[in-house]
Design a protein around this ligand. Structure first.
Ligand SMILES: *Cc1c(COP(=O)(O)O)cnc(C)c1O
Length: 374
């Protein structure tokens, strides 16, 4: 028998979360962001569940090919554009749109031979200082692209550094408006946090609209994560978990006061208690940094991890179940995050991430290859 660990993707929750974005950005088209193998969910599972999206966006050309191989004929966008000139050939052949964020990418396009001109998203560095042309170079980049026979249509995009937090987007929005106000073309600004928190803010420019503009780029909110947790939770944003990571208890110990648990004896019992050993460890992608107290569900009852997470196992406290008279022992269902298949109880991945000092994105992306998916 294989180890009992299993990741389950919930297609109807993906669809539901997409519909929540449409409520907040009713006039925009949605790029469903499927980079990093659809945030760890698997492109082959996610693309069929999101047929009602307007396009799929990713980083890796190989992932764009996988989306096309699933018979998606609609828009596909490379968010970082191409990494070398010959990538443009595949873009031409598969009709893949791509970001243009630096002069080298314009040089490559200018030298590219194609029958079908490309649709490009010209990226403004409005303050994130990762990718994109600075405001003083943006117009010249646009004019150069606009003069190329290889380019069919230029859209304008930027990316926010603080859409989820107190600094907000005003400074970057002002930079975007100043750099693009009189330029034609579709606009794309919002990631999940901006969709949820700022989509209705006004946006000045040709065809003035709201911040949602022509295209939003939705990642984590599709996958049921609240980008601004713990200020808001997935539930308050109306988002449902799209991935459940389950396993089972494969061993039980009864501890006496003074007994310690696991490597480094990181936990010491102060009273008699039962603990369960769950078949999930950091080699499955469960965060090793999750300390004692990280939430976990056993038979649908919320309890906590205790001691250090090891490679293949994590220990859970059975005391809350014993106190509540809920039977638990060998074979009991353990939910690391997601929805309990037997009870429907939910454990948001955001809460596990927070306890481990990270964000839901990282946990979802990190589920290891040895974990079977359903
Ligand atoms: C990953 C990414 C997104 C999606 O971000 P979320 O916070 O997951 O919604 C949007 N735009 C760009 C350019 C990205 O790289």
């Amino acid at each position: 028998m294989p180890r009992p660990i299993l990741a389950t993707v919930h297609p109807e929750a993906l669809e539901h979360n997409l519909s929540q974005a449409r409520l907040r950005a009713p006039d925009a088209r949605v790029w469903a962001v499927v980079k990093a193998n659809a945030y760890g969910h698997g492109i082959e599972r996610v693309v069929p569940a999101l047929r009602s999206t307007d396009g799929f966006a990713m980083i890796d050309l190989a992932e764009a090919e996988r989306v096309r191989a699933l018979d998606w004929r609609g828009p596909v966008l490379l968010l970082e554009g191409v990494f070398e000139p010959r990538d443009l050939e595949l873009c031409s052949r598969l009709n893949i749109w791509h970001a243009v964020h630096c002069t080298e990418q314009i040089d490559w396009l200018a030298a590219h031979k194609t029958h079908a001109p490309h649709r490009v998203f010209l990226k403004l560095n409005s303050g994130m200082n990762r990718l994109g042309f600075r405001p003083d170079a943006f117009r010249a980049a646009w004019a150069r692209l606009n003069a190329l026979p290889q380019v069919e249509e230029i859209s304008l995009m930027t990316h926010f550094s603080d859409a989820d937090g107190p600094r907000g987007i005003a400074h970057q929005l002002a930079a975007f408006e100043a750099a693009t106000e009189d330029l034609p073309g579709e606009r794309s600004l919002c990631n999940s946090a901006a969709i949820l928190r700022h989509a209705a803010s006004p946006l000045r420019g040709v065809g003035a609209s709201t911040l949602a503009a022509d295209w939003v780029r939705e990642g984590i909110a599709l996958y049921g994560g609240a980008p601004d947790h713990p200020e808001h939770t997935a539930a308050t944003w109306g988002l449902r978990p799209t991935m459940t990571l389950t396993t089972r208890i494969i061993g039980v110990q009864s501890l006496q006061p003074g007994d310690t648990v696991g490597y480094g004896s990181a936990f010491t019992a102060d009273a008699p208690m039962r603990i369960g050993v769950a078949a999930c460890g950091y080699a499955d992608g469960y965060p090793r940094h999750a300390p004692t107290g990280t939430p976990v569900l056993v038979n649908g009852v919320r309890t906590r991890t205790i001691g250090r997470v090891s490679m293949d196992m994590v220990t859970v406290d059975l005391a809350p179940l014993d106190a509540a008279g809920v039977p638990a022992g060998m074979g009991s269902e353990v939910v690391l995050w997601g929805v309990s298949p037997t009870t429907g109880a939910e454990l948001p991945v955001d809460e596990v991430a927070r306890s481990a000092g990270t964000i839901s994105y990282e946990l979802l992306c990190a589920v290891a290859p040895r974990v079977p998916f359903m």
